[in-house]
Design a protein. Sequence first.
Length: 324
Amino acid sequence: MKLVSIVVPCYNEEDVLPMFYEEIQKVMAQMQEEHPELAFELLFINDGSRDKTLAILREMSLADERVRYISFSRNFGKEAGMYAGLKGSKGDYVVVMDADLQHPPAFLPKMYNFVKDGEYDCATTRRVSREGESKIRSAFARLFYRIMNKISQTEIVDGAQDFRFMTRQMVDSILSMQEYNRFSKGIFSWVGFRTRYIEYENVERPAGTSSWSFWGLFRYSLEGIFAFSTAPLAFSAIIGALICVIALLLLIFFVIKACIVPDPDLRFLAALCLMSLFSGLQLFCIGILGQYLSRTYLEVKHRPIYLMQENEVMYRERCAEEKV
């Protein structure tokens, strides 16, 4: 038997969880009929949800022994959720997917066919359209991928999703990267392995709303840039040199002009201009250094990536004690 662990990070997904569970049950039954050697486990990660997500997961774990869950003590973010799921998974193969059905469960049989013979270590999806998203959000997403692939040695495919069907070897390689500031899209690419991309059209959520705001995605994109590229540090040095050249040329211009047409105000403006340029340059470079330093500061603290408050074993034991 080969076990497939399906890892599902959840944050306020009470509206869509029953629909997801119904769909994934159908897909698992279909795959077991076609491949009798497969067994499944569902590992849900409750990332500090404030709705009834945890209550639904408790009920599902009591009704279905294949369902496991880890509930965080607070919201640690999707990256922590994926890491906890990969770490807690037991399968020979591991799937990471969202509960909102924007990662269609119907793709799993096709993904397994790519991985099972050893030709690929990972099968993943890539969106070829962004229908349903705002034009501004789509434009910024495409811009991020262009910038990231130019300044980083790690290639990140435009539209690539976290929806992945991976071998245990690849999962173990990902878990060996225990950094606190995680950017999984970059980590998936950095570890390498043979990956097959499956293109598909964007799928909208059937219920609920996304927890990702534009500002949240913007901060996440900055995390990716600072995690997988040192180009901003070089960029600040280049900008510094350029500003120095501009300031020197302006200084020469103002000196020559002051000699030709003496004007006390002109000297004051020249000094003010130079001070503004240098002050802005210093603040800009300090800001870039601060971003890298803050991430180093968090790494050296060695704080845990997440804290578990409850899992299905603890809940079942509590229920058994209450019955006694």
